[in-house]
Write a protein that binds this ligand. Structure first.
Ligand SMILES: *Cc1c(COP(=O)(O)O)cnc(C)c1O
Length: 435
């Protein structure tokens, strides 16, 4: 039996399984709240992107956007799958180094890269830096000169396409903290500084139009706009890009309302769009780079919670409270993100009641799911929230001094702890006495 379009099974005890293991056993073994990942599913998503490019015979790099979920074990899986890796900070780069991720496969992003971050990236000979602004060019020029080194870069531009999940908006003169504006001459000015630069090698352009996108039009429109600029640069300076990075943002299923496209379809349509412009411009096909984050890990992860207090407000609603919430999943409070869940120990029971799942933080807004259909619930039951693999653990906080939950990987019917649950000693580790 498959639950609400989610790819997980229910066993003969009526318990939800992940990767062939009983979630109730996992909750007992590791405690709750607990993040659990089906690693085979992570690998399958990664392979879909990589294989589609291979089938099409198109040179490509698929870089996992590690901000979605960065941990040593996760980056080891990404390495095993021959992915490249996006990092946006010293901390993410440090994690990649700890995972022994090949540094030439690492790309650095960020709209305010520090001297320390750029230095660390250059010292470790990472593969590419995505230049976001003029400050980046100044700092990078200076550091490369001091170190007598060279660096491959992409230039991040804002094509003025904003994808909003089910539609896209042409903003023209885009207001974004990221990248160079294509309309107002900033991208051209940056190109002038980077073209034939002594130590910075401009490989091509980068754009990332948004996240949780369910259509291909936004990507294709962005490609059209990038090529308008590329046509101009070819005509004026005979510049041709060797790389085109079209970012990430491929949608996943959080609830039954979400209907993500197969990732093959995004890849195929993007390749067709790029090939069309390439033949029109009469240049050779650039490498295509993508940066999926959510689509690699989102659906592979679930969070297990123990249900504690329950409260019925007659005629209004029934609350069930769990032992986690906004500290381990900020997305509902931050942007009204919707989730689906089951009572993992009653996963085969008809769900005839509706409850609101509240977190335990001291915020009224700490509610994970509104109006979730459930069977009869008892205190002590285990709630499994689906599709929490992206931007859950990576956005976890210590609000209310909650300790960050553990992370368990499941593969080949075996469970392995990959991030330990924090202790309260961990939580106060950096506190110093004032008496
Ligand atoms: C966040 C981000 C991604 C990944 O986005 P997803 O929606 O997780 O796929 C890729 N590229 C850039 C530049 C990003 O900022």
């Amino acid at each position: 039996m498959i639950i609400n379009h989610h790819p997980f099974q229910v066993n003969q005890h009526g318990h939800l399984e992940i990767g062939g293991l009983d979630t109730i056993t996992l909750a007992e073994k590791y405690g709750t709240p607990l993040y659990v990942y089906d690693v085979a599913m992570i690998r399958e998503k990664a392979r879909t992107f990589v294989h589609t490019f291979e089938e099409l015979g198109v040179q490509a790099k698929v870089a996992y956007a590690s901000k979605a979920f960065s941990s040593i074990a996760m980056l080891q899986v990404a390495k095993q799958e021959n992915l490249y890796l996006d990092v946006v900070s010293e901390g993410e780069l440090y994690t990649a180094l700890q995972a022994d991720f090949p540094t030439d496969r690492i790309h650095l992003h960020g709209n305010n890269k520090s001297v320390e971050e750029l230095t660390m990236a250059i010292d470790h000979n990472i593969g590419c830096i995505v230049i976001d602004n003029f400050h980046d060019i100044d700092l990078l020029t200076q550091i490369l000169q001091e170190k007598n080194k060279k660096m491959d870069v992409l230039m991040r531009v804002t094509p003025g396409v904003e994808s909003h999940t089910h539609d896209y908006i042409m903003t023209g003169n885009e207001d974004s903290k990221f990248g160079f504006n294509l309309e107002n001459g900033q991208a051209d000015a940056a190109f002038k500084r980077l073209f034939q630069h002594e130590t910075i090698c401009l490989k091509g352009l980068h754009c990332h139009i948004g996240s949780q996108i369910f259509e291909t039009e936004g990507f294709i429109l962005a490609t059209d706009i990038l090529f308008k600029t590329l046509a101009k640069w070819k005509e004026n300076d005979d510049y041709t890009p060797s790389v085109l990075n079209l970012g990430g943002g491929f949608g996943i299923r959080y609830t039954a309302e979400d209907a993500p496209l197969p990732y093959e379809k995004y890849v195929k349509e993007l390749v067709i769009a790029v090939e069309h412009h390439v033949s029109k411009l009469d240049i050779s096909m650039p490498e295509i780079w993508l940066e999926p984050g959510r689509s690699i890990v989102g659906e592979a992860g679930i969070t297990l919670y123990t249900i504690g207090s329950m409260k019925e407000i007659p005629g209004v609603r029934k609350y069930i409270s769990v032992d986690g919430g906004m500290a381990d999943n900020i997305r509902p409070a931050l942007y009204q993100a919707k989730y689906d869940a089951v009572i993992a120990n009653r996963a085969n029971k008809p769900a005839n009641n509706h409850v609101t799942v509240a977190g335990k933080a001291c915020e009224s807004g700490d509610q994970l799911i509104k109006n979730l259909p459930v069977p009869e619930v008892e205190s002590g039951d285990i709630l499994a929230v689906f599709s929490t693999g992206a931007y859950g653990y990576s956005m976890a906080s210590h609000y209310n001094r909650f300790a960050n939950p553990a992370v368990v990987f499941v593969e080949n019917q075996t469970d392995k702890l990959v991030v330990k649950r924090e202790t309260y000693a961990d939580v106060v580790r950096n506190d110093l006495s004032y008496e």
